[in-house]
Design a protein around this ligand. Structure first.
Ligand code: AMP
Length: 419
């Protein structure tokens, strides 16, 4: 497989798919430029080699071309961070984009307008709500055809393709996957960010150093079923935390008061526990909990056994005994995957458990474990507690990471790796 490190971009034009989907305020100021910074090593390497990056990205979920989602708003900041005056094409199709790509000199860069201004990027027709079934079917067929033209056109701007957008790797879009078909194996590769993400996922999915512990928190079992099922074939320990706890507790006959529960998932919880036993996976559940008399930071609080929550009270975090049990398992692990908080960490008074778990992950990492943190709220949690530097890797891809740990093949990865 080609790699960005080995590739010499001198004199080459590279179509680089990045994820510049950054948050903007009402005056179009970038409020968090993490995603742009994450792609800089890739773009800088291309420029330093004497190549010319043609940068493609989406921004937001436009339904067509609109000023609100124009990438021109971020052009100045991208130029500043890259240290070159990045050119801009007002339309990712059309003569301007083709012309500017063709005349781009070594060391120059071009940013294309939002790829999602075209429905062809996602390959989903944009239809009126009241469109008939026939109209929908015809539009679906038509867009697959026009998507081919769109993809071919994007590919025609460049000599090679670099995918550095892990955040969209789970989408089989024109610029994230389909475009790779227009380049031979020697001329397509992951960018540095994508490579780091792919390697991190491999370490927890394939190249596992044992014991392997997954910590699954968050609110609902239903949103994590596929992940849990996949992990039961891989981990040694599965720590179940967060709101999911109470579905497992109730399923075993415990009293959970007003705690969050999915009553239609009680059988599933029992089934998952049985499956874990069959697979020799230790399911580690909370034994005590921090309860509140309402869903509020200012609620009255107490601690009790997880299966003896009084009526009118609800569990909003793990208790001290559970913290110790979880920390013990985590500290004895060599591979750790963490997704989801142990409680309602948005409320200051219910952050203790999540913080304690984070600290145990950091300590295990210090002692040589590989730790991957990812998926929505867990990233927010490690950042909130200043623990991001102490773990091995914090994934930038929410949905993409979750699909990868569900065991799915991500189109953006397969397009480069060829499987
Ligand atoms: P998820 O998006 O599934 O990872 O869930 C994250 C959310 O789960 C966070 O917003 C937490 O506040 C919430 N959560 C965690 N523990 C609990 C709990 N015991 N009760 C209610 N919500 C919880």
């Amino acid at each position: 497989m080609q790699t960005i490190e080995k590739y010499n971009f001198a004199g080459k034009k590279a179509f680089v798919r990045v994820d510049f989907n950054v948050p903007l305020d009402e005056n179009f100021n970038i409020t968090d430029d993490t995603r742009i910074r994450a792609a800089l090593p890739t773009l800088k390497k291309i420029l330093a080699d004497g190549g010319s990056p043609i940068i493609g990205s989406h921004l937001g979920r436009p339904k067509g071309a609109t000023d609100k989602f124009s990438l021109k708003h971020i052009l100045g900041h991208v130029s500043k961070l890259l240290g070159v005056d990045v050119q801009f094409a007002n339309d990712c199709m059309g003569e301007e984009a083709a012309g500017k790509s063709a005349t781009l000199k070594p060391g120059e860069a071009l940013l294309l307008e939002n790829l999602r201004f075209y429905a062809e990027e996602e390959g989903k027709p944009r239809l009126a709500e009241d469109a008939s079934e026939e109209e929908k079917a015809a539009a679906k067929k038509a867009i697959k055809e026009s998507q081919k033209e769109f993809t071919k056109k994007l590919a025609s701007y460049a000599d090679c393709y670099v995918n550095d957008a892990f955040g969209t790797a789970h989408r089989a879009h024109a610029s994230t996957a389909l475009i790779a078909d227009y380049f031979d194996a020697d001329n397509k590769m992951f960018g540095y960010l994508m490579e780091k993400e792919v390697n991190a996922v491999e370490k927890v999915m394939d190249d596992i150093n044992r014991p392997f512990t997954a910590i699954m928190g968050g609110s609902k079992v239903s949103s994590k079923i596929e992940i849990i099922e996949n992990l039961l074939g891989k981990v040694d320990n599965l720590i179940i935390a967060g709101g999911m706890t109470y579905t497992f507790t109730k399923a075993q006959g415990g009293k959970i008061g007003n705690s969050i529960v999915e009553n239609d998932k009680l059988d599933l919880a029992i089934e998952l526990m049985k499956k874990a036993k069959d697979n020799n996976v230790e399911i580690v559940l909370a034994v005590d909990t921090k309860i509140a008399d309402s869903f509020s930071n200012d609620a009255k609080t107490d601690f009790c056994k997880v299966n003896e929550i009084p009526d009118g009270w609800e569990g909003l975090d793990i208790g001290p005994e559970t913290e110790e049990i979880f920390a013990d398992v985590i500290k004895n692990s060599k591979t750790i995957l963490w997704n989801g908080p142990t409680g309602v960490f948005e409320f200051e008074n219910f952050t203790h458990g999540t913080k304690a778990v984070g600290e145990a992950v950091v300590e295990a990492t210090k002692n040589g474990a590989f730790s991957l943190v990812g998926g929505g709220d867990s990233v927010a949690a490690v950042n909130k507690f200043g623990l991001a530097d102490g773990v091995s890797y914090v994934s930038t891809g929410g949905g993409a990471l979750l699909e990868a740990i569900e065991g799915k093949t991500l189109p953006g990865i397969a397009a480069i790796k060829g499987n």
